[in-house]
Design a protein around this ligand. Structure first.
Ligand code: SF4
Ligand code: SF4
Ligand code: FES
Length: 286
């Protein structure tokens, strides 16, 4: 931390936070670093730092720059959209409090985009693969909403206790960032390629990549739902295709970093067992 700076509020000798940001002007562009001084305020989190940086848009050398781009939604660690790498650890910028960050690393706060997703700009990444994986496993309860079908089947207390932790997933991507089996997929639009063709090529490439711990866990959640289980076989089939549960090397990094403490390795084991049972059944049904 520094003691003074021209960005400090007038009349006050505010404590200054040194904030280093890894920036990138667009997809496929070279990344570069910029340093900012941000006057410290009480109760600051990383989002409020980024708001101050956007307002001043000036580096420590007095160079005027474009505001840093990032994404956020709920501001209460529920939507997952503000996830980035903060002081080397992937986490949500809304719940990353400055007071705690300075205890970990007193000199500066370092902000980087997640490395497993294509950068759109600065700290904003394209997480569409995370949601595409949820589509692959049909991570929903299939209900026809056009007429009242009455209350759904009751869940036992034991089912609720097993399902509730899994239902807290916010698709943040921390488990994917930490997973050694989850490689980055980044394609470039070819010259003359239409936006639709590029989107289709990206979709196809994502569908072949590792599905990830979050989607495996959501498949387990919906297969354990009294209504959701009608799609159980389709989900297990999706989990055994290319990029499915068999790709997991059981390194257990995912469970160690999940901010919601979801028992991902238990889900992976349950999915693996369901996949084996389904494969054997299909063999004998031939
Ligand atoms: S399982 Fe945990 S780390 Fe992974 S996307 Fe869900 S909340 Fe994030
Ligand atoms: S247990 Fe599987 S999904 Fe989790 S980090 Fe390891 S390889 Fe990735
Ligand atoms: S803004 Fe929703 S998790 Fe941070």
């Amino acid at each position: 931390m520094n003691d003074s700076n021209k960005n400090a509020p007038s009349g006050a000798k505010a404590q200054l936070l040194k904030v280093r940001v890894r920036r990138q002007d667009g997809p496929g562009k070279e990344p570069y670093w910029q340093l900012f001084h941000v006057p410290r305020e009480p109760e600051m989190n990383v989002i409020s730092i980024l708001q101050r940086i956007a307002a001043m848009a000036e580096t420590v050398d007095g160079k005027k720059v474009s505001p840093v781009a990032w994404e956020c939604g709920c501001l209460e660690e529920v939507c997952g959209s503000c996830t980035m790498v903060i002081n080397g650890r992937t986490r949500q910028s809304c719940s990353a409090l400055v007071v705690n960050l300075l205890k970990e690393q007193p000199d500066e706060i370092v902000l980087e985009p997640m490395s497993k997703f294509p950068v759109v700009r600065d700290l904003l990444v394209d997480r569409s693969r995370v949601f595409q994986a949820l589509e692959r496993v049909k991570a929903w309860v299939p209900v026809d909403g056009y007429y009242d079908m009455g209350p759904g089947e009751r869940q036992t207390m034991a089912q609720q206790e097993q399902n509730y932790p899994l239902s807290q997933c916010m698709s943040c991507g921390c488990c994917l960032e930490a997973c050694p089996q989850y490689g980055k997929i980044e394609l470039e639009q070819k010259s003359g390629e239409s936006d639709e063709d590029f989107a289709a090529r990206k979709h196809e490439a994502n569908d072949k990549g590792f599905i990830g711990a979050h989607a495996i866990s959501q498949a387990v959640l919906f297969n354990n739902n009294p209504v959701g289980k009608v799609l159980a076989n389709e989900r297990v089939d999706a989990l055994t295709k290319a990029g499915g549960v068999q790709v997991c090397g059981n390194a257990q990094n995912c469970v160690a970093v999940c901010p919601k403490e979801i028992p991902l390795t238990q889900s992976i084991a349950r999915a693996g067992r369901a996949a084996t049972v389904r494969t054997v059944k299909k063999f004998f049904d031939r």
